[in-house]
Design a protein around this ligand. Structure first.
Ligand code: AMP
Length: 223
């Protein structure tokens, strides 16, 4: 059996054409089913639905043979496990063979309209920054020599500067519509993000043939 870990929403939707290229059709609709293990047209392939931040954990410990998750999630996972951003995948025993070029966005710093971020940085002010991405934010501001107090949030980061919880946020930005709707402006582009395929290293040895077939099909079909 080959087990693929996916999360509902953008990653699942964007992964469907890649799965289709590998001849895999998911037989359950993740939006309506309550099942967490979805069957596919291939009896030897199943999909498990997990939270995006749990994908690296499932693959690392062999709960899934492979998974798809954002680079943002992989980097934070690597940092939780003591690695740095650059070595995240390697330090956790995850093999990261492919940038799938789906679910593309960027991770940025944003502030309330009217907040003079450049002046605050120039003056060496201590900034409070709310984010889900504490590891990425810490490394970014350290590299700039900016002192920050990081506030960990799990969602709705955009609220933090509007309520006075923080001066700035570090969050994913795609079209910029969410920032604009909340009167926030992007002031730093930290890095580009896309979804990555991760594979359990032991599974790659034990199930080499079927996994290679899937990896190669994804590689050939990525946008
Ligand atoms: P947008 O309004 O298009 O800039 O999208 C921003 C919102 O969508 C933020 O709440 C982000 O956290 C979320 N978002 C954008 N791109 C992605 C992505 N590739 N994966 C997950 N969440 C995303």
């Amino acid at each position: 059996m080959i087990t693929l870990a996916l999360s509902k929403g953008r990653i699942f939707d964007d992964a469907l054409p890649l799965l289709s290229a590998a001849g895999i059709r998911v037989l359950d609709d993740p939006d309506t089913t309550r099942k967490l293990i979805l069957t596919t047209n291939q009896p030897e392939v199943q999909v498990v639905l997990v939270r995006p931040t749990d994908v690296p954990t499932y693959v690392q410990y062999g709960g899934a043979d492979l998974g798809i998750t954002g680079l943002d999630t992989l980097l934070e996972h690597g940092m939780d496990w003591g690695g740095t951003g650059a070595s995240a995948a390697g330090s956790t025993g995850l093999y990261q063979p492919l940038d799938l070029q789906i679910a593309k966005c960027r991770i940025s710093v944003a502030v309330r309209e009217g907040f003079d971020y450049a002046a605050a940085v120039r003056q060496g002010a201590r900034l409070s920054v709310a984010t889900k991405y504490v590891g990425i934010a810490r490394e970014f501001f350290a590299s700039k020599g900016v002192h920050v107090d990081l506030i960990k949030l799990y969602g709705s980061m955009e609220l933090a500067p509007l309520t006075g919880l923080a001066d700035a946020i570090v969050d994913l930005v795609s079209t910029g519509n969410t920032l604009r709707a909340n009167h926030l402006v992007e002031v730093e582009h930290i890095m580009d993000i896309s979804a990555r395929l991760v594979v359990n290293q032991a599974a790659l040895k034990l199930k080499r043939e079927p996994l290679r077939r899937i990896i190669d099909a994804f590689d050939g079909a990525k946008p």
